[in-house]
Design a protein around this ligand. Structure first.
Ligand SMILES: C[S@@+](CC[C@H](N)C(=O)[O-])C[C@H]1O[C@@H](n2cnc3c(N)ncnc32)[C@H](O)[C@@H]1O
Length: 299
């Protein structure tokens, strides 16, 4: 795999950097020969796959990204359209934070978190604070409570890189051919057609009851949502789009059966292993099986 320059500008639970090799193997073998490819990522999160795809496949003419998280999407839009002002604000946040002692950093973090939760900010301020909080909070989590407020505690990293200017500029350049939407994944169905590739990475189905402590947005993603996504996959397949979807691989305790094998029986399924940083308890992190589903004929 070629080295790449632009990488995710935020840490995101479920980030797919380590699965890129497996995703590459699942793509249509002749993808490089396709003309005017449209790439669609309806659950973009940190965008690891998006940035990799855009740099690996120059024949992607246009990309469409979507996520339900409004602040995340606001940040993508600002990186695309106002990166110079964003960098200026991040540099200031970085200088002010780094110059504090340990107690001062915590106070500064909590003040910026309250500012972020006031929700009456300019888009560029929202984006700057979103990146700042992501870099300085515990584990780089983005968790909101039932009121939609960001509530992750301070992270205590010794030297967090709050402003990665070089990467932000590289990402901004790549985003120029990306259309950015905020909403439900189902709204991207209208882009399905020939030469369209969807990569779908929805919130994971919890491996166990207790592992689902993280919520990206106020709205959850339960089994009914997973089935709604399967129906979406069936519809975009009928429209001749290619899709690859990933998820966790939970085995039902009562029946010993795999939920995704049951609901996706008409598609291809393979298992891959991934180290997942999804559990707050470091003892429970490790290799977990991940499932990849696709309608790619040659994969
Ligand atoms: C597993 S993460 C994606 C991770 C991403 N592939 C990465 O590498 O960072 C799932 C994403 O789905 C978003 N999401 C949750 N429900 C959604 C919905 N109904 N429609 C669109 N996006 C949704 C979350 O905000 C989150 O960013």
């Amino acid at each position: 795999m070629k080295a790449f320059v632009a990488k995710p500008f935020i840490k995101w639970v479920g980030g797919k950097t380590q699965l890129l090799g497996e995703i590459e193997k699942s793509l249509p073998k002749k993808l490089r020969q396709y003309e005017n490819v449209i790439y669609v990522e309806p659950f973009v999160g940190g965008g690891a796959v998006l940035f990799w795809m855009l740099q690996q496949y120059p024949n992607i003419q246009k990309a469409i990204i979507n996520d339900i998280n409004a602040e995340l999407i606001c940040t993508y839009r600002i990186v695309k359209t106002d990166v110079v002002e964003l960098i200026a604000q991040l540099k200031k946040l970085q200088d002010e934070y780094i110059s504090c002692d340990a107690d001062g950093r915590k106070v500064y973090f909590l003040e910026r978190r309250s500012e972020f939760n006031t929700k009456h900010l300019s888009d560029v301020r929202t984006a700057a604070l979103f990146i700042f909080l992501n870099r300085t909070c515990f584990n780089g989590l983005c968790r909101v409570n039932s009121k939609g407020e960001f509530n992750v505690p301070h992270g205590k990293y010794a030297n967090p890189k709050i402003c990665d200017e070089e990467n932000l500029l590289a990402v901004s350049k790549l985003l120029q051919k990306v259309d950015i939407y905020c909403g439900d994944f189902a709204e991207t169905e209208k882009f399905a057609g020939e030469n369209t590739i969807f990569y779908l990475d929805p919130p994971y189905k919890p491996i166990s009851e207790t592992s689902s402590f993280t919520s990206y947005a106020k709205e959850g993603f339960n089994d009914a949502e997973q089935i709604r996504l399967r129906d979406f996959c069936a519809r975009i397949t009928r429209k001749k789009a290619v899709f690859i979807a990933s998820n966790s691989d939970p085995i039902e305790v009562k029946t010993g059966e795999s939920f995704f094998e049951q609901i996706y029986y008409q598609f291809k399924i393979k298992r891959v292993s991934a180290t997942r940083l999804i559990n707050a308890n470091p003892n429970n992190r490790g290799f977990v099986s991940e499932i990849m589903i696709s309608n790619v004929v040659n994969a």
